[in-house]
Design a protein around this ligand. Structure first.
Ligand code: AHG
Ligand code: MN
Ligand code: MN
Length: 336
């Protein structure tokens, strides 16, 4: 018996992308998989640092405050610089935008070759680093806008989310899992530390259409819009019956659970933060692309996240994302 066929196929993320490109984008030049290779390399390095947090000096704060007004953790900077270095060696990336950088990094002037813009939350859930709770990296990939001068950097960056050509995240947890989409479904890969490669673990992920889990920081209840408060009263009522609350405080972890098990994650506006806390370009947009590709939905309470035209690099947006039936239910109370 030919034993080689008995073992499950080992499909790496590069193989998967090239295979899908041959089928769906035959004219692709393979440069996209070259670009995604920089992202996978960077996240493998970050995963190694995360796994050794506590053994090497990566814990704690740098003492600095970033453009978001947040206390910067050492691992935020390590992740940010790792990504910038990995992308810097890819000649098809022109601009990098990061939650940790006040301004965009111009790696190369945009042209027919350097035509990609990569946007990152290098480390999501930073407040959880020191207590060993799941954290993540979120990325979004745009192409330069044809016919727009290379120097009009913000015009190339501030594109609505439906123009993303790819998006994904990595969750550093009991295992390191990368999920990505290029617009033909959501696919997941688990990092195999024995061979240092991401191996295909789920192809064509579909978000359950319903899910009795809601995810929100209820500490801000009194600051939420009245309609959201009404939803929170309903979801705990006998009429709703059987909802559970899960809130990890790392968007990537709360979203990953919602994608796999269904339910709804909410980060609504508050009286203190009328645009909510989460950032549009490198948190809401990429996860909204993934959610929709898996059959879910994502809104800011008024409109589809992917239809929003950004006006600023680090602009924030309210976010309600998850199973379509659950998001619709939230909206039915929010705008009753
Ligand atoms: P980041 O660490 O990249 O700044 O993101 C933190 C975000 C997100 O991960 C999470 O959903 C949210 O902050 C939690 O906010 P609260 O602590 O206000 O609930
Ligand atoms: Mn984040
Ligand atoms: Mn972050």
């Amino acid at each position: 018996m030919d034993r080689s066929l008995a073992t499950p196929a080992i499909k790496t993320i590069q193989q998967h992308i090239l295979e899908r490109q041959r089928v769906h984008h035959p004219d692709a030049t393979g440069e996209f998989s070259w670009l995604l290779g920089a992202v996978t390399l960077a996240t493998k390095i970050i995963a190694d640092q995360v796994r050794r947090a506590g053994l090497v000096d990566v814990l704690g704060s740098t003492g600095d405050t970033n453009v978001q007004g947040e206390d910067v953790q050492k691992l935020d900077i390590i992740a940010n610089e790792t990504i910038a270095r990995s992308l810097g060696y890819r000649d098809n990336v022109g601009i990098m935008v990061s939650e940790e950088d006040d301004e965009p990094r111009i790696l190369k002037e945009l042209d027919a070759q350097a035509r990609y813009i990569v946007l990152f939350d290098p480390l999501d859930g930073s407040s959880n680093i020191d207590v060993n709770v799941s954290i993540g990296t979120i990325f979004s990939i745009l192409q330069r806008r044809e016919g727009v001068a290379a120097g009009k950097v913000m015009d190339h960056i501030l594109q609505p989310g439906y123009r993303q050509i790819a998006a994904g995240y990595v969750i550093y947890s009991s295992s390191t899992v990368m999920a990505y989409t290029t617009g033909d479904g959501v696919h997941m890969f688990t990092l195999d530390p024995a061979i240092g490669a991401y191996r295909l673990s789920r192809e064509g992920v579909v978000m359950p259409p319903v899910g009795k889990t809601y995810s929100i920081n209820e500490a801000y209840y009194s600051l939420f819009p009245g309609g959201v408060q009404k939803y929170l009263e309903w979801v705990k009522s006998d009429e709703a019956g059987g909802y559970g609350l899960r809130y990890i405080g790392s968007l990537v972890a709360d979203f990953h659970r919602t994608l796999l098990k269904g339910g709804v994650f909410l980060y609504p506006p508050t009286t203190n933060a009328p645009q909510g806390k989460l950032r549009l370009l490198y948190e809401a947009n990429p996860l909204a692309f993934i959610a929709e590709q898996a059959g879910g939905m994502a809104t800011d309470g008024r409109q589809r996240i992917l239809d929003k035209t950004p006006t600023a690099l680090h602009e924030r947006t309210p976010l309600v994302i998850g199973s379509k039936a659950e998001v619709d239910r939230v909206m039915s109370f929010w705008h009753a």
